[in-house]
Ligand binder design. Sequence first.
Ligand code: KE4
Length: 428
Amino acid sequence: MIYKRSSALFAEAEKVIPGGVNSPVRAFNGVGGTPIFVREAKGAYLYDEDGNRLIDYINSWGPMILGHAHESVVNAVIEKAKKGTSFGMPTEIETQIAELAVSMVPNIDKIRFVNSGTEACMSAVRLARGFTGKDKIIKFAGCYHGHSDSFLIQAGSGASTFGTPNSPGVTKGTAKDTLLANYNDIENVRALIEANANEIACVIIEPVAGNMGCIPPAKGFLEALRAVCTANNILLIFDEVMTGFRLAKGGAQELYDINADIVCFGKVIGGGLPVGAFAARNEIMNYLAPIGPVYQAGTLSGNPLAMAAGLAMLTELNNKPEIFTSLAEKTAYLHEGIAKVLTENNITHTINRVGSMISIHFDEAEVVDFNSAAKGNNDTFKAFFHGLLNEGVYIAPSAFETWFITDALSYEDLDFTIAAINTVAKTL
Ligand code: KE4
């Protein structure tokens, strides 16, 4: 594959945008080389600026669950844009998508829309602190909840890829209120709660981790977390920015039958436009301005174009719940095919999968937390990434990410991908 035009565009971008990108994980720092510039996308495919067609396993880091440029989403945005793009005043469509989201997701009465997953998680933590009157939070090493200061403490995703999990610019004052636990280690959580009795407002977790590769919750872990939070008057926040409207209509709460106190959304809920949201029962959400004391705001929150895209997306998913089964089946098929060819080629690996989230780790040990995820052979991953790119398959440019399967993928695409992995495996 030739990437001449992408390289030229990247050189131009670097002159006026830090690192040439508007989000670090796109910069290929985790795999080397320079980023691919996309011209357009349709269904399961990206078309880059050099005319290469790539099968997309990132799908804008999750939102494109139905494939790129989905007709109902695009048409909804076009029609809405003709009537104006932003008013800073309430619109009916905000109520329509709020009612639909509340009907799809268990255990929530109200939802507040914001513009990103970061904003959703940041606001949820502030709400938890305001509601409980306590300051400290527990997050898990390797989990990523966006780039708000409180979260950049051994974060996952790009922060891990960069090997600088604790970012400069985060004050000691902020960091002291963030306690770090190990994913899937309930005893570690209990010890933190005991050592900080009556000081912890919330535990925030990715119920299925997706920012250190895909890591499922160990059997009983989420149930134990729910119980220990309830027993200690600590709010449990499910960061479902990745898992929401992806693992099931009702996300991880539905899949694992666990009730969080606050749920955060992003990605799919916006259909590819900038939307985040956080939701909870009335008792908690009524603590938010303008009816409650916890302030949270946004000029473009509930923006009509973004709401139109999100409403179209959620309507598709709500009307065709069989999509979730189709996504899980396609991902299982891919898993089986990848495992077969990597084993045949004697490549040491493990594969983690939940629903339509999957990740490959080039290490024999089971990947259950940040430490085990970090043991993966990154040189093998880099060669694997570029080998696949050369075969026309685009996966996450970092070992600390999950793949996101889109329902636009055909079984032919999956077979093509498995064959490409077989080819690349022979070079590793
Ligand atoms: P955003 O602010 O990027 O919309 O959402 C932050 C966020 C919150 N919670 C979870 C579980 C997330 O995965 C994310 C963002 N995910 C990354 C990819 N791992 C976004 C890609 C990027 O940073 O460019």
